[in-house]
Design a binder for this molecule. Structure first.
Ligand SMILES: [Zn+2]
Length: 383
């Protein structure tokens, strides 16, 4: 069994949005109260635990924080359980020491599965009734929990579902592999030579984004105009993200349907160069999202995903003779290999190298020797 989360935008009315904001406030207060208590008890030589802190809050809630009673008790209880998890992760060296939650940044609360019902594209929450979702739940399986959060002045629900683990992948030589090179000049390039251009509306929206962020910086801090501009900007960011995500969904679905093995590069490799902050941050988001989508889609249909680590010289290696051309600069879009004289398009060559890596690492996993050109595969899942 494994867990999958599906985040869906909610279509709230005023009453629902007000309730959510209140529940987020309660969750934040409970979390911060518990973190503060934890630190105090620890300093006094005590052994704090999330279970004891939940009981403690319950006993003082009515008197000290009566407004907490206005929303589901899940809001405060789950927040303290999450603090317990945060400490667990900290002690296991998986995470940093827990920090206090901030309004505007950590607006979320979690419901256990006995506190809500999902029905096609609606979710029913006690005291509140049905709340409409913009799409229906993608996964079938046992629903574990739902976290409601605010982002870019919109409300979302992230529903966690327990899904069956796919059967293990059997590798055979008839499998079709592809390497995918992601970039800023193009949306994606496949080792088949296909260039996939990015979604069209992006350029116009990006211009608007630039204008808006310039106008925001001119507005006085704390002013009403600034606040409005901020909302506009956040919404626009979200819209641009949506367009990109949409195109990514189409591509990642196609890749896992068409190929058995997909090779991609680790994040943070390309996009890092000579780009202005704005477009770079958007490209970064794109890499993360692309990888996330490929990751879950490939595992659910038994496609093998091979991720080359950042030291894999996908651009500089000749995909024909495998000799590394160390002096290739970033600006060179086309080049000829000095050893075998093959002429390369920089991005297609990179995609071909990723395909080669993906195939070799799959073959060597079956016992056949890899030829040593494969330097590193950091993650590949054979489910
Ligand atoms: Zn060559």
């Amino acid at each position: 069994m494994m867990l999958r989360a599906h985040k869906i935008e909610l279509r709230t009315n005023n009453k629902q949005a007000t309730y959510f904001a209140k529940a987020c406030g309660v969750a934040r207060k409970a979390y911060n109260w518990a973190l503060n208590e934890w630190q105090n008890q620890y300093q006094m030589g005590g052994k704090p635990s999330e279970a004891a802190l939940r009981r403690q809050l319950n006993s003082i809630k009515r008197k000290e924080f009566p407004w907490m009673l206005e929303v589901t008790k899940n809001a405060s209880q789950m927040a303290i359980m999450q603090l317990g998890d945060a400490f667990k992760n900290f002690f296991a060296n998986r995470a940093k020491y827990p920090t206090f939650r901030k309004k505007g940044r950590d607006d979320r609360f979690t419901l256990t599965n006995d506190q809500f019902v999902v029905n096609s594209s609606r979710i029913r929450i006690p005291h509140l009734g049905w709340v409409r979702m913009r799409e229906s739940l993608r996964y079938a399986g046992k629903i574990v929990s739902a976290t409601i959060s605010r982002c870019a002045y919109k409300w979302f629900v992230s529903i966690t579902v327990e899904v069956k683990k796919p059967i293990s992948l059997i590798v055979n030589e008839n499998q079709v592999a592809v390497g995918v090179d992601l970039g800023l000049h193009h949306f994606a390039i496949l080792s088949t030579g296909e260039k996939i251009t990015g979604p069209k509306p992006q350029k116009a929206l990006m211009n608007r984004l630039r204008r808006l962020s310039r106008s925001l910086s001119r507005k006085q801090k704390g002013s009403n105009h600034r606040h409005k501009a901020k909302i506009k900007l956040a919404r626009l960011h979200y819209r641009i993200g949506n367009i990109r995500r949409d195109a990514q969904h189409k591509l990642t679905t196609r890749l896992v349907n068409q190929f058995d093995i997909v090779g991609i590069e680790d994040l943070h490799v390309k996009g890092m160069m000579k780009n202005r902050k704005l477009s770079r941050s958007i490209a970064d988001m794109g890499f993360h999202e692309f990888r996330r989508q490929l990751d879950y889609k490939s595992s659910s249909v038994n496609v093998k995903l091979v991720i080359a680590d950042r030291w894999f010289a996908s651009s500089k290696t000749c995909s024909h003779c495998r000799v590394k051309n160390v002096n290739l600069s970033l600006s060179v879009r086309e080049w000829t290999c000095g050893t075998c004289f093959t002429h390369h398009d920089r991005d297609i060559n990179a995609a071909k190298n990723l395909e080669y890596l993906a195939v070799s690492s799959t073959v060597s996993a079956c016992g056949a020797p890899s030829d040593g050109a494969i330097i590193s595969v950091i993650a590949s899942h054979v489910a």
